[in-house]
Write a protein that binds this ligand. Structure first.
Ligand SMILES: Nc1nc2c(ncn2[C@@H]2O[C@H](COP(=O)(O)OP(=O)(O)OP(=O)(O)O)[C@@H](O)[C@H]2O)c(=O)[nH]1
Ligand SMILES: [Mg+2]
Length: 319
């Protein structure tokens, strides 16, 4: 997503300040005082309109963004509220465009054009101030959106498990490019997204830091939705257990979380036990992200999930 390109959303005062400066420059071009005042009002309203339209255009069309980002916007602010804020900005832009020329004309025709100019500018300023809250709100959203991780619709492995089991270590070890660490609004830690190129394709790895380590019952509605948003990205879940229990959680508790995740998702859950350099755990595939033992086998297995998915898609097309 191109969210990081959304520029800072100006406050009402910033919109006005910039527009006044632009208009003042235009005013100087007119020798006649009344013409100059008219030109000032026309230029201010035009500049306000243009600036506000640019704010609206810098935001993505939320109907077109990938579901992951739409989910996040919905969870954090509600899509309807964001649309309303953009609508408010649109209203002010239209007001400036519709009323600006009339105000400018009245200014020139007035007995005292300087007084009318001030009055017209005050009206425009009052309209822009009415959307100041919306502009602040949109800037808050912009500040979160630009730091979200880039997730694409490539084959995606979502990594789950208790804290300290080695999720981030795994992504760092297997990613060919250095993984991207981006902030995610529901975790105190940054989310890690890594990629690995295998042949002509890429595989995407997404971490789930700090959103699974609470008991199901203790998670609030927002955390549950956040978890869903991430889990919905997955083509396969790689669930990491730490049988050494160095992570600080007994294996029974980790297995309980595993069952919870299995119930939550409709994609396959592939279980791997990490830290095999400390403890080997029978019944599952073992690996160590410290020594890299077993990691190739894990990647090979993930490839079989990907290839299976590919052939299923192919069958889907053939039907
Ligand atoms: N002995 C051993 N230690 C490991 C292994 N993998 C990770 N660790 C250690 O375990 C600790 C936690 O690893 P992380 O990769 O940060 O774990 P995480 O699951 O991402 O943890 P959170 O981000 O807190 O959820 C670190 O101190 C790692 O060095 C392993 O295979 N063997
Ligand atoms: Mg981590």
């Amino acid at each position: 997503m191109e969210f990081e390109k959304i520029p800072t959303v100006p406050t009402a005062d910033e919109v006005l300040g910039r527009s006044f400066r632009r208009a003042a420059a235009r005013m100087k071009e007119k020798k006649n005082k009344d013409r100059a005042n008219e030109e000032f009002v026309r230029a201010v309203s035009q500049a306000i309109h243009d600036r506000l339209v640019r704010v609206i255009q810098s935001f993505p069309e939320f109907d077109d963004v990938p579901p992951f980002y739409r989910d996040i916007v919905e969870i954090m602010w509600g899509l309807e509220r964001v649309r309303k804020a953009l609508g408010g900005v649109g209203w002010a832009a239209r007001w400036a465009r519709t009323h600006g020329p009339g105000l400018a004309y009245q200014t020139r025709k007035a007995e005292n054009s300087a007084v009318l100019r001030k009055r017209a500018v005050a009206r425009l300023a009052s309209v822009v101030h009415q959307i100041d809250d919306e502009l602040h709100f949109l800037n808050d959203i912009r500040n979160v959106l630009r730091k979200l991780p880039h997730v694409s619709d490539e084959f995606t492995v979502v990594i789950a498990g208790y804290p300290n089991v080695g999720k981030s270590s795994f992504i760092r070890l297997v990613s060919t490019a250095s993984p991207e660490v981006a902030s995610y609004p529901f975790t105190t830690k940054g989310i890690i997204v890594g990629h690995r190129t295998i042949g002509p394709d890429r595989m995407q790895f997404v971490d789930t830091p700090g959103i699974l380590d609470r008991q199901k019952e203790d998670r609030n509605a927002i955390e549950r939705q956040a978890l869903n948003a991430i889990v919905n990205l997955a083509d396969v879940i790689l669930f990491i257990l730490d049988a050494s229990e160095h992570c600080g959680y007994p294996i029974e508790e980790q297995v309980r979380l595993l069952h919870e995740v299995e119930e939550m998702v409709s994609v396959p859950v592939f279980v791997v036990v990490n830290k095999s350099d400390l403890v080997y755990f029978d019944g599952y595939m073992n690996m160590s992200t410290e020594t890299a033992d077993g990691v190739d086998e894990v990647l090979d297995t993930l490839l079989t999930y990907r290839d299976r998915e590919k052939s299923e898609n192919y069958e889907g097309v053939a039907d």
